[in-house]
Design a binder for this molecule. Sequence first.
Ligand code: 25A
Ligand code: L14
Length: 339
Amino acid sequence: MARKEFKVAVVGATGAVGNMMVRVLEERAFPVGELTLLASARSVGKKMSFKGSEIPVQELTENSFAGIQVALFSAGGTISKKFAPIAARAGVVVIDNSSAFRMDPTVPLVVPEVNPEAALSHSGIIANPNCSTIQMVVALKPIQDAVGIRRIVVTTFQAVSGTGMKAIEELKVQVADIAAGREPKRQIYPHQIAFNCFPHIGAFLDNGFSEEEMKMDNETRKIFEDPEIKVCATTVRIPVFYGHSESLNIETRKPISASEARKLLGSAPGVKVIDEPASGGYPIPIQAAGTDDTYVGRIRRDPSVENGLAMWVVADNIRKGAASNAVQIAEMLVARGRL
Ligand code: 25A
Ligand code: L14
């Protein structure tokens, strides 16, 4: 019997994440029968290649979804708020990469290695978490299951690709300008990003945290279905193109040694342990880039609290942090006969 194939749409196909969604659908051999590429009117006329053929980009409209079975959205929160419900009403299963529906109690927020079952109760829309949250919960899932987590203190080192194509371009142009002795120009970010860093991702809120920091806080509790976990995040932009890094200090409910944690992580789905620091064996973004795994190293006891553990976590923010996680959600629905 022929394998079942699906009519798939990518909304925001020309963006940094949308582009990668198309590549990941091809690389992971998702059973695509027909692929529809949707973006704004600006991109109409562009073509993108998929499995050897050139597919034209179409303008996203209310009528774009007839006959589509699954749509991967990554065109920002405003587009998702307007078009995801329209698609869902047309019978499409929407996997949305924006922040629009993540904290909606009727929308599951899913990382396949962590809470796949949550996806099964969707009513048309499934949310893909924030990139920094995804890699953190993949690394913490085996520890949460084994001993419980009380508190997380996390500092991130985030790549510019998370902000989209224009930010990737801004870093490239600033580096070239500075190398040539020209004054760097700034458009997307609040400060020069080349040869610099700043603790400012998203807008600042009244509580002193940034939006990105609060996403890590709220999304972690929702994904773990544990309202007790406390999170304090500091999110920092650094001049790296692809791959977010995170320094984690966690306090567990029951004790766990560094070697026990290393062993658990060594057999956890989606995780690769790289932990031989003396010989340079720790995760780094240029090695994580282009892969779908979450890398963990520098696993050690945190002596500043009773049940403390420290570690370093790196993943490709555009792949596991966005496009690949969305495609893995779709794969999981197919495997369970739910698409
Ligand atoms: O609101 P959020 O959720 O916080 O998301 C904000 C932004 O973050 C990115 C994504 O940017 C998004 O716009 N993003 C979202 N989730 C992410 C995640 N998890 C994430 N990044 C990382 N991780 P992006 O640049 O990667 O992608 C933008 C895509 O959205 C499409 N789009 C925008 N408006 C649309 C729309 N699609 C349909 N209808 C609309 N009204 C956008 O397509 C892109 O695919 P595009 O066609 O607008 O842009 C294609 C090319 O056009 C250039 N361009 C952009 N703006 C202008 C422009 N050219 C001329 N004038 C302009 N004003 C760009 O260079 C782009 O290549
Ligand atoms: O919430 O600018 O998915 O790096 C992830 C990337 C928010 C912006 C999200 C960035 C976005 C963030």
